[in-house]
Design a protein around this ligand. Structure first.
Ligand SMILES: [Zn+2]
Length: 449
């Protein structure tokens, strides 16, 4: 058998149709020769890796790399590492003159900061100065950190999708003239494609399930054309025309897998055929996937949380049901206790995501921006009213300390087109000290009960 991309014989080269780096599990040794495989590996693998890296990082993929992050002042001195910890890559020096003496404060990651301090003292003494006192303090920095990631189409992404499309045709032996022409174009890295349409930003072509993070491909003919729908991480959704002149038999091939566990699914998604025609007519050749990415992270939290929540809820329910049976509490008390105890559990479960995404158009967003806990300032009052039932709740955090949810608080974040955007926190009070938890971490936890 020949390679689908060149004239070489196949030589047992194993090709992942959805890239291995994206945990694609569909692979075959009957598509491509090792020369072409290496060629694409060198030319195209980095395209996928660069585009998806922030997603891979946040989904805990082992092959993800750290990302440069910045604080709200725009200082790009931070690195969000693979283990989700944030380090300050560049120590920060602040000098202040007090009564003729200089107070020097150096902050950063422990190793470099101490090194820089020693160097500073050395230089000071060389110049006739003297260190009067010093203090080393370890503290965690809770300032919000954000990552500026771009989730936009590019000709290279078009090319990558066309390569996946071509290989899926070869895999299913759809070897039409159109598929062969496409293979040639892909092999020449010709990235000027007019056959590709981005779709599904509002989930009107296909709706995702709660907690879904998947890869999906569907290949089928329709009115003398062959189409393929490719969806990666439910962020990129695209329809590609493989062949414009197909008169052969009807067929339908689908591939669907969990993007994290790799589990294969057989209950294929429903695509909205009515909407399908309009995708081609809309002629959307470029797209911004920021919104889809935000939704993906939200589904990821749903997914992680629901696993834990189900277990704990079952435990609480079992115990309380026994108390009802034993006559210790009434049915009415059962309901009350159930809500109370699940609420306090959820507040304990704080999702550690101290970074933000600079992506959504907050000025025109009528809902709270979930990932950022952001809102327009003029919506704050209504927000407080709407969520007033959350105030006065007992929550347990920090190893069993009981707090009461006291109020909501707003902090200005940025201004967009003259509209003030604020960050919403929930203030917790235990009679002695107050804690502030970003709205999302708190609210997502209690599941809007
Ligand atoms: Zn080849």
């Amino acid at each position: 058998m020949k390679c689908f991309f060149c004239t070489n014989d196949l030589d047992n080269s194993d090709e992942h149709i959805i890239l291995n780096s994206l945990n694609g599990k569909l692979h075959s040794k009957e598509i491509i020769c090792s020369e072409c495989n290496n060629f694409f590996g060198a030319k195209l693998d980095s395209v996928a890796k660069d585009f998806f890296n922030p997603i891979l990082l946040l989904l805990d993929f082992k092959n993800a790399s750290g990302i440069i992050a910045e604080n709200m002042q725009g200082e790009k001195d931070f690195l969000l590492r693979k283990d989700k910890s944030i380090i300050q890559t560049k120590p920060k020096i602040i000098k202040r003159k007090i009564d003729g003496k200089t107070l020097v404060s150096i902050s950063g990651d422990p190793k470099n900061t101490v090194k820089l301090f020693d160097k500073y003292v050395e230089r000071l003494e060389k110049n006739g100065g003297k260190k009067l006192a010093s203090r080393l303090e370890e503290k965690t920095d809770n300032q919000p950190i954000r990552i500026k990631a771009e989730f936009k189409t590019s000709p290279r992404i078009d090319l990558l999708l066309n390569k996946i499309a071509t290989e899926y045709c070869a895999y299913n032996k759809i070897l039409t003239k159109g598929a062969e022409e496409l293979a040639l174009k892909v092999r020449n890295l010709d990235d000027n494609f007019q056959n590709l349409f981005y779709c599904n930003p509002k989930e009107n072509f296909r709706e995702f399930k709660s907690g879904e993070i998947s890869h999906y491909i569907k290949l089928w003919p329709n009115e003398e054309r062959i189409y393929i729908y490719i969806e990666l991480f439910n962020v990129i959704g695209s329809i590609i025309i493989i062949d414009n002149d197909y008169k052969g038999e009807d067929f339908c091939f689908q591939y669907y897998q969990d993007a994290i566990t790799g589990e294969k699914f057989n209950d294929y998604p429903d695509l909205d055929n009515e909407h399908f025609q309009s995708i081609i007519e809309l002629d959307l050749k470029t797209a911004d996937f920021a919104d889809m990415t935000n939704k993906l992270f939200k589904r990821n939290q749903d997914r992680n949380f629901s696993k834990l929540f189900d277990d704990v809820l079952a435990e609480i329910r079992q115990r309380l049901e026994k108390e009802v049976l034993d006559g210790k509490i009434t049915d009415a008390e059962f309901n009350e206790k159930m809500i109370d105890e699940s609420t306090s559990f959820i507040a304990q479960y704080q999702i550690e995501n101290p970074y933000m995404w600079e992506d959504l158009d907050d000025a025109n967003n009528d809902e709270i921006n979930y990932i950022h806990s952001n809102l327009r300032e003029n919506q704050f009052e209504e927000f407080c009213k709407k969520n007033s039932k959350l105030i006065g709740k007992k929550v347990r955090i920090d190893n069993d300390k009981i707090y009461i949810t006291e109020k909501f608080e707003k902090v200005p974040v940025t201004e967009e087109n003259g509209i003030q955007i604020i960050k919403v926190s929930v203030v917790l009070y235990n009679g002695i000290e107050r804690k502030r938890i970003p709205y999302r971490e708190f609210f997502e936890g209690i599941g809007n009960k």
